[in-house]
Design a protein around this ligand. Structure first.
Ligand code: NAP
Length: 244
């Protein structure tokens, strides 16, 4: 039987690489996006041409109601949800002194609450099936903190606590929950950084380069495979050695 994966933030960057990697593994894929309708539909067409089923769904993950409606639509279209990858995320950087309440709330609501919403909505489906895999995309700065990213680092640290709590709650039902903490990855999110900031980050990476999105997607594929069946509650750093 075909397995189905949901990838949030699947329209671009790391999420798009995850969609392609899971499709190559044989998963049917539901691609969740917020605004990039053309990119999400083009990606769905691209992976569907490889022989799996793929469909794009608009959903703001910060709304539980929207997430529940999206999950119901995925179940109606695909029949099951075997893997959930919580990858949707955004940044709104600034020093704490100048950070607005709105910028703090937006990042927490998208990155942390969005992950909670998706885990909450998929839990009854996976518990009923007595199997499933959840992978949450955190960040190296959720482990180390970063000046100018209090909102983002807090959201990504929160994801690690959420991951371990969900892993403990769901293990007895055969559901694994893990996190990946990427370092510096070449996507739209990092493209906006100044050359000076990029150079400073590169100086902190023992492998002396940023990651390609595929290098994060490879680890998602592993965690969603049978080869990772005895791993739960863990954070895998995929950061070129930034944190060790
Ligand atoms: P990106 O290129 O900016 O793409 C972000 C994705 O998230 C897009 O698909 C976007 O959808 C989606 N998204 C944003 N807000 C959403 C919302 N409220 N509801 C649904 N979807 C939403 O980012 P990326 O660099 O690939 O990052 C992907 C994940 O990896 C994020 O969680 C990020 O924090 C994490 N990460 C990235 C890096 C890095 O260096 N790039 C490092 C560590 C961790 P639309 O296209 O529709 O806007």
């Amino acid at each position: 039987m075909a397995k189905t994966a949901i990838v949030t933030g699947g329209s671009r960057g790391i999420g798009a690489a995850i969609v392609k990697s899971l499709a190559a593994d044989g998963f049917d894929v539901a691609i969740i996006y917020q605004g990039s309708v053309d990119r999400a539909n083009a990606l769905a067409d691209e992976v569907a041409a490889t022989g799996v089923k793929a469909k794009a769904y608009q959903c703001d993950v910060s709304s539980l109601k929207a997430v529940e409606e999206m999950m119901a639509a995925v179940i109606a279209d695909f029949g099951s949800i075997d893997a959930l990858v919580n990858n949707a995320g955004k940044t709104k950087d600034g020093l704490i002194m100048r950070m607005s309440e709105e910028d703090f709330d937006t990042i927490i609501n998208t990155n942390l609450k969005g992950t909670f919403n998706c885990v909450k909505a998929v839990t009854p489906i996976m518990m009923k099936a007595r199997k499933g895999t959840i992978v949450n995309i955190s960040s190296v700065v959720g482990i180390t903190g970063n000046a100018g990213q209090a909102n983002y680092a807090a959201s990504k640290a929160g994801i690690l606590g959420l991951t371990k709590s969900a892993a403990k709650e769901l293990a007895s039902r055969g559901i694994t929950v893990n996190a990946i903490a990427p370092g510096y990855v070449r996507t739209d999110m990092t493209e906006v950084l100044s050359d000076k900031v990029k150079e400073a980050i590169l100086g902190q990476i023992p492998l002396k380069r940023c990651a390609e999105p595929e290098e994060i997607a490879n680890v998602v594929s592993f965690l969603c495979s049978e080869k990772a069946s005895y791993i739960t509650g863990q954070t895998l750093s995929v950061d070129g050695g930034m944190f060790m």
